[in-house]
Design a protein around this ligand. Sequence first.
Ligand code: SF4
Ligand code: SF4
Length: 480
Amino acid sequence: MKPPKIDTTEFRDHLSNVTETGKRIWIYPRIVVGQLYKLRTYFSWLLLGFLFGIPFVEVNGGPLFLFNVIERKFIFFGVTFFPQDFHLVAFGLLTFIVFIILFTVIFGRVWCGWACPQTIFMEMLFRKIENFIEGDYRAQQRLDAQPWDTEKIVKKTSKHVIFFIISFLIANTFLAYIIGKRELFSIILDNPLNHISGLVAIVIFTFVFYFVFAKFRELVCIVVCPYGRLQGVLLDKKSIIVAYDFLRGEPRGKKKKVEEQPNPLEELKALANPNANKGHCVDCSICVQVCPTGIDIRNGTQLECIGCTACIDACDEVMVKTNQPTGLIRYASLDGIEQGKKLSFNLRIKAYTGVLVALLGILAYMLITRSDVETTLLRTPGLTYQEEKGNVSNLYNIEILNKTINAMPVSLRVKDYPSAQIKLIGKPLQLNKSDLTKGSFFIVIPKKELESPSIKLKVEILSNGQVIDEVKTSFLGPME
Ligand code: SF4
Ligand code: SF4
């Protein structure tokens, strides 16, 4: 028997939530609390705690994470990165992109369904509040259709006020990721006139988040998100996606009652197995009703699917009620469904995982071996050398970037040249935390020890007796 095919005439040439004339269709998803929904709820509590808490966590007096794009200062796990660490940031970004691509090729949109802040906030926070205030999907449709009576005004106003307050909290947290909690608190507690730009940023972010979660919703995933748009090129028949097992499910349809069979022979066959001529899908359309992007997963993978697993829970519930095995909609690859194979850790997944582990290993090595300070040493431009009392001296400018969050005193020493002296101009060098320190000094060498008019030197930077950096330079002397 030929395997049944998905009816491709079902496929659309327009988005699921837009009519053919381009009008937005508002989606009222039904909520089914199944196993995966419960797991996603617990996981979302963890993620929400993480998202709201992280910008307020400090380690050794500095933030744990900071993404200050305005001042080009980035902190990951308490480690500060400067423009001088560009190679690390570039490799980190490269690793991140490869990771995203390989992860998606293998696991599809697991990120979107389980961990993306848009999905977490929308489905696990705003949607739940909406359901709590306005009732389930049917009640919401009724409410939207009814005139603006007291009930509608009260419910809509309270919902939008709460949405706005949560958007305000998200905007503040978002800003804390960029400018840090101390700066955020000073904007909140200080005279507002001193922080006009910060306050304007909070107001703009609040309105943007409110608009996204109150109105724009699934369009973020379908229209705006670049990762969502990339799915079409990243997914293939081996990718693990939320998929409908059409071999098992088709031909779909309501199960016939035995007495409805056309003749006695058919009736006997039907008595033996009433659903022999049907697939497992009872065509109840609950999988469509629960979908927050309004698609029918039975039509195959579609760009709107965010992998939220709501249809898996919904269909499993139907399967249990109709005494059929669960998993008609499940995590599976298209190949797996067509060939009836279960998910396995196959060679492709092993190879991709190997590449990822290697990239992450290299990145970890680069981060661990990153120097705490970065020194730039230049002979002062326009000067050659000075000669005095049998000594030759050169003037240098030094810049030392302290990448740590600890202040430290530093001293300088010329390596492998015991007779060379360093004479600092001004105060001893002191490195402030996460800051650039500048200074000038002379290197003085007895003239008789100079072997040529230009020699190469190495200057060591020491802190508490330990060499923390080393730089090369040249030293000029007279022609003999
Ligand atoms: S929920 Fe399951 S049984 Fe119902 S229509 Fe969807 S796939 Fe078919
Ligand atoms: S098709 Fe299923 S997994 Fe995809 S978005 Fe809709 S409900 Fe979520």
